[in-house]
Design a protein around this ligand. Structure first.
Ligand code: PLP
Length: 376
């Protein structure tokens, strides 16, 4: 055929992909095979054996019905998630307030498919969770990078100004923020919500992926009387179930109805629903691990400061530390000592996830040696 080279030579950009995807790389932290991996904010504790048994039981039961489509509305799961939120979030919610999907990334995608899309925009205050911008791009939503102060806190006035100027359709507020670790106050979120409603009635997504690790309370109560405010959550972090892929949101029931306009039919498999239900039966044990991880996170903050690093306040299961003239070189030197941390591309800073005490000791030893080298 004239003009066509050998089929094996064809690359992404030879395909008729959408213009905004040309030359882009997929999201992905390096998955390197090193002894200590503290780079993806996972929970280091495997699920306890009684829970593994319970998952096997529930999945066995679900397997007997896999000839049928799963419960499309995930009613039992959403009811149990609502109970968990009511018990731990400081605000009563029910099934009608809760929606679940495959990871909070899918929750965010459904929100952007519903409230963003071509001709619309979303804003986030960066550095923040890079997938907000990437999912915006994937859904054809324009992305606006909003400001943060040099200490990585959000200046509510500057942020409100950015909202007033850009009139976005969707506003992302990540608290605790990834990769910096710091939380946003309820007052600041309310100020940004009010600014967003004044500019254009827009949806404000409060991404609470790490909230169980926070020193403070969940912002769930803010959904009361604010029908455009959505709190998104995940079982990937506190529940130690990143492999499960289960995220959820809490909002006014109208938001839950709206996202159903874009969700794929039967998006949440019967196996996923059964596994998540089993994990929710073991909430208390899993939250026990969260308490240990919070203590380890606080130890990382204290010891990194004692070594002489700058550390951003952390309400998450990870800690941002610096400063480095060349953060990537520092990342490499820590890796050479068998510890994988994350270079998120924030100039001068790296991020380490709180692991087991032994993993954190290995990291702190590497950090101590690195500091000595820096000072030598
Ligand atoms: C702030 C934030 N939101 C959402 C997610 C996505 O989590 P998942 O899709 O595993 O629920 C992450 C994952 O790292 C995150 O850091």
């Amino acid at each position: 055929m004239e003009g066509a080279g050998p089929v094996s030579d064809i690359r992404i950009d030879d395909l008729p992909v959408r213009d905004e995807l040309r030359g882009k790389s997929p999201y992905g932290a390096p998955q390197l095979d090193v002894p200590v991996r503290l780079n993806t904010n996972e929970n280091p504790y495997p699920l306890p054996e009684p829970l593994v048994e319970r998952i096997a039981e529930r999945v066995r039961e679900a397997a007997r019905h896999l000839n049928r489509y799963p419960d499309r509305d995930a009613v039992e799961l959403r009811t149990r998630l609502a109970e968990y939120l009511t018990r731990t979030g400081g605000h009563e919610v029910t099934l009608t307030n809760v929606w679940a999907a495959n990871g909070s990334n899918e929750v965010i995608q459904q929100l952007l498919q519903t409230f963003g899309g071509p001709g619309r925009t979303a804003i986030g205050f960066e550095p923040s969770y890079s997938m907000h911008g990437l999912i915006a791009r994937g859904t054809g939503t324009g992305w606006i990078s909003g400001p943060r102060r040099d200490d990585f806190t959000i200046d509510p006035e500057a942020a409100a100004r950015a909202i007033a100027e850009n009139r976005p359709d969707v506003v992302f507020i990540t608290t605790p923020n990834n990769p910096t670790g710091n939380a946003v106050s309820a007052e600041a979120v309310v100020a940004l919500y009010d600014a967003a409603q004044a500019a254009k009635p827009s949806i404000v997504v409060v991404d609470e992926a790490y909230v169980e690790f926070s020193h403070g309370a969940s912002l769930l109560p803010l959904i009361e009387g604010r029908p455009h405010l959505v709190v998104s959550r995940t079982m990937s972090k506190a529940f130690g179930a990143a492999g499960l892929r289960l995220g959820y949101l809490a909002a006014h029931p109208a938001v839950v109805d709206a996202v159903q306009l874009v969700r794929l039919p039967y998006h949440l498999s019967a196996v996923t629903q059964a596994t998540a239900l089993a994990a929710l039966e073991h909430t208390d044990t899993l939250l026990g691990y969260v308490r240990q991880l919070k203590a380890e996170r606080d130890r990382l903050v204290d010891e990194l400061r004692a070594i002489g690093f700058d550390v951003t306040e952390s309400d998450a299961n990870f800690v941002q530390f610096g400063r480095f003239a060349d953060a990537h070189e520092a990342w490499r030197k820590i890796l050479d000592r068998g510890v994988l941390v994350r270079d998120n591309g924030v100039p001068g800073w790296l991020r380490v996830t709180a692991g087991t005490p032994a993993e954190n000791d290995a990291f702190l030893n590497a950090a101590r040696e690195l500091k000595k080298e820096q000072l030598a």
